[in-house]
Design a protein around this ligand. Structure first.
Ligand code: NAD
Length: 486
């Protein structure tokens, strides 16, 4: 299949076919790197959600009962098709999101392939428990797929996070109604065409495009949806939790972060600088795992600052299509304005801008794009809003610390607890700090090194539950214990 991504009229994928929203209303989709209109997005509402949920409910008996081997075969075929279309999908992702094409080609789309392959095979290894209740009974536990589930994903890693949810849900035997972010709907639409090509039975996966408070909320509220797997902002997560709590739906929430990146004096200096720049500015700082608070031990603070600033200043900001570009456009005009207002706030709070601090003006065709310079700020207190609130852009703060206790106090001093990175060559210290940090993920001397078998998720306001490995398969299934009297 050859995709033409320019001026794409996106359609919903419901019951195996592509269709316009019931209301026939569309929104415009713009490219953040040029400001140009690149297509139309369905402005779906509860009527489309109802059709999708109905299709998923009809597909559930067969999909859940056809056996894991059959599901695996189709999912692997789908993974192959995504891999075959890697270039077109990467181009679409970069166009829609503003991220460097190289990043989409080497990270986003390959990871989408891996997500599907991983769960297509992992599901075959999910085992049940059995207990011999000597001498009178045998108990065995059956994990049953939940039914129709909702997967709601954000815009920062569009196809990557979309497949990270739907792959385990489908592999576990659930049928899915998915809502990708309205900000970056393109690859999910192209993916729906690949589902048709792969022969995914009608209704097994349904993709409804539209706004969060409209299509997304209708999905969360739908009484026939058994569980919600959500990745997005903490405020949205709270809203969803409030809706589903009285309905006792299963809920997995992967939310925001304000992650510390802690550099000790005994680190491998070059690796720490290089890794910290990557953790700060990858994907324009729009990864929930980005290290946006750089905590550096006082004895090496000045040396680290200079080296970090030099590396960050050398990052090439520009047209995401160019292979030498490392920092592309931020995702939308709204988000661009939000990031700039955060930088303004940092100034008002007394922060000193060491690097960047504003927009980058590029020549045509990117003169109307949303580019922000990698920005480094120092001199702010731990308690100020800049160090407490998620910015989700190419903006980091630098803070010195003296002791391990102080580093831990700063690291744990926000309401978030998603990820942390520690740079030290002292193994005992690495363990001590890793154990003391309240976050779901800790990287030592690396960042974003992922093994899909590991649990993934946040503590505190960064979320509830874990994705990854068997955790996700367990989420999309429910145990039933069967006791047989001998
Ligand atoms: P968002 O919360 O605005 O939107 C996420 C998704 O939820 C979108 O599809 C949106 O349409 C939908 N949505 C919005 N309101 C809704 C509602 N009332 N009911 C149902 N659905 C609704 O988040 P975003 O701006 O797209 O993404 C950025 C956020 O996501 C950041 O906070 C980032 O940290 C977080 N994030 C977290 C992880 C993680 O794994 N923890 C990964 C990526 C992004």
């Amino acid at each position: 299949m050859v995709f033409i991504v320019f001026m794409e009229k996106i359609l919903n994928y419901i019951n195996g076919g592509l269709q316009e929203p019931v209301c026939k209303q569309f929104m415009i989709n713009t490219s953040p790197a040029t400001g140009q209109i690149i297509g139309q997005i369905p402005d779906s509402d509860a009527a489309d959600v109802a059709l999708a949920v109905q299709a998923a409910a009809q597909a559930f008996p067969h999909w859940s009962a056809c056996g894991v081997q059959e599901r695996s075969k189709i999912l692997l075929k789908l993974a192959d098709l995504v891999e075959k279309n890697l270039d077109a999908l990467a181009e679409a992702e970069s166009l829609d999101n503003g991220k460097p094409l190289k990043l989409a080609r080497t990270v986003d789309i390959p990871r989408a392939v891996q997500n599907i392959q991983f769960y297509a095979t992992a599901a075959m290894h999910l085992h049940d428990e059995a207990y011999y209740t000597e001498p009178q009974a045998i108990n065995y536990t059956r994990r049953e797929p939940l039914g129709v589930v909702a997967c709601i994903s954000p815009w920062n890693l569009p196809l990557y996070l979309f497949t990270w949810k739907i792959a385990p849900a489908l592999a576990a035997g659930c049928t899915v109604v998915a809502k990708p972010s309205e900000v970056t709907p393109l690859t999910a639409f192209l993916f729906s065409k690949l589902c048709i090509e792969a022969g995914l039975p009608a209704g097994v996966l349904n993709i409804v495009h539209g706004l969060g408070h409209k299509a997304g909320q209708a999905l969360v509220e739908n009484p026939d949806v058994e569980a919600i797997s959500f990745t997005g902002g903490t405020q949205t997560g709270k809203k969803i939790a409030q809706i589903v709590a009285p309905r006792f739906k299963k809920l997995s929430l992967e939310l925001g972060g304000k992650n510390p990146n802690i550099v000790f004096e005994d680190c491998d200096f070059e690796k720490a600088v290089q890794g910290s720049v990557l953790a700060a500015f990858s994907n324009q700082g729009q990864i929930c795992l980005c290290g946006s608070r750089l905590l550096v031990q006082k004895s090496i603070y000045d040396k680290f600052k200079q080296a970090f600033l030099a590396k960050a200043a050398a990052l090439k900001v520009g047209n995401p299509a160019l292979s030498e570009v490392q920092v592309g456009a931020v995702v939308s005009e709204g988000h661009y304005n939000k990031i700039l207002s955060c930088i303004k706030l940092a100034r008002e709070e007394g922060g000193k801008i060491l690097l960047g601090g504003g927009p980058v003006q590029l020549p045509a065709p990117n003169d109307k794009g949303f580019f922000i310079a990698p920005t480094v700020i120092e001199g702010l207190s731990q308690e100020c809003r800049t160090n407490q609130e998620e910015i989700f852009g190419p903006v980091v703060t630098l803070m010195p610390f003296e002791t391990e206790e102080e580093a831990l106090q700063y690291a744990n001093g926000t309401e978030y607890g998603l990820a942390a990175t520690i740079w030290t060559e002292n193994l005992k210290r690495a363990h001590r700090i890793a154990h003391g940090i309240k976050s779901g993920i800790v990287w030592v001397n690396c960042w974003l090194l992922r093994d899909l078998r590991t649990p993934f998720g946040g503590m505190k306001q960064s979320g509830v539950g874990r994705e990854g490995g068997f955790e996700a398969l367990r989420f999309f299934t429910e145990e039933k214990n069967i006791c047989i009297k001998l």
